[in-house]
Design a binder for this molecule. Structure first.
Ligand code: ADP
Ligand code: MG
Length: 237
């Protein structure tokens, strides 16, 4: 589903952290919000999923204006840096939770949980508790839980930051595979330029609440529009 952010402004108290941002995210693409810590990436993501209200601006999912729609009614799946799995529930119940809240039937829940668990390759782990899983496996559970309701949009906030280097490499390609297999529109927040470059169709690079450049990874690397972008990508002019 296409996401349109129009003239988005966000302030905390007297500090404006997002300044008149406009951004179109194409249906089916994976877009990175890339930039240094504090530039406003998570704030933008929270506005898309409805955790934060926008001070001004409009947000559209496809043709639907969701600016004033509650987060529950936006049909968005979210994965945060700390996966926040329920420690007392096994993997099946963790994934099933959003469906139980929605009061799906037992048979539907069984089928949907199994299907999504197979897609993210944790079909064998459904009876384990989160503490019995590796970091990568926990992250797969979090992804399955975010995807099980078949959301229109998947939002990922620094999902790889807590993984060691080897797992991070593996999960980069796994997240990309899952995004492409489901065809879901995805937004990945990261401060890691290599992650953005290797996983995403396009990158919106941010600094101090503004988008500095929006382009494909290749174009951004070969033709950075400013010294900031070049410097951040580690390819100074
Ligand atoms: P990023 O995700 O790019 O690291 P954030 O979007 O979390 O950055 O934060 C952008 C700016 O907004 C930072 O200066 C941060 O301190 C500030 N900020 C974020 N959330 C809040 C909040 N709830 N209250 C006050 N300031 C906030
Ligand atoms: Mg953040």
């Amino acid at each position: 589903m296409r996401i349109s952010i129009e003239n988005f402004t966000k302030a905390f108290g007297t500090t404006t952290v997002i300044k008149d941002m406009s951004l179109e995210i194409n249906s089916g693409e994976m877009l990175a919000l890339l930039g240094p810590s504090g530039c406003g990436k998570s704030t933008t993501l929270f506005a898309i999923c409805g955790i934060h209200r926008m001070n001004s601006g409009r947000l559209l999912f496809g043709e639907r204006d969701v600016t004033r729609i509650s987060s529950q009614q936006r049909n968005v799946g979210v994965v945060f840096q700390n996966y926040a799995l329920y420690p007392h529930m096994n993997v099946f119940d963790n994934i099933a939770f959003p469906l139980k809240v929605r009061r799906d039937t037992r048979a539907d829940i069984e089928r949907k949980v199994k299907d999504i668990a197979d897609l993210v390759h944790i079909g064998e782990l459904l009876h384990r508790k989160p503490a019995e899983l590796s970091g990568g496996q926990q992250q797969r559970v979090a992804l399955a839980r975010a995807l099980v309701r078949e959301p229109d949009i998947l939002l990922l906030d620094e999902p790889l930051a807590n993984l060691d280097a080897k797992l991070r490499l593996e999960m980069r390609s796994e997240i990309r595979r899952i995004q492409q297999q489901t065809g879901i529109t995805a937004v990945l927040v990261t401060h890691d330029q290599v992650e953005a470059m290797s996983m995403c169709d396009r990158i919106a690079i941010m600094d101090q609440g503004k988008i500095m450049q929006l382009s494909s990874p290749k174009e951004m690397y070969e033709d950075p529009s400013s010294d900031f972008v070049a410097g951040f990508l580690g390819n100074p002019p």
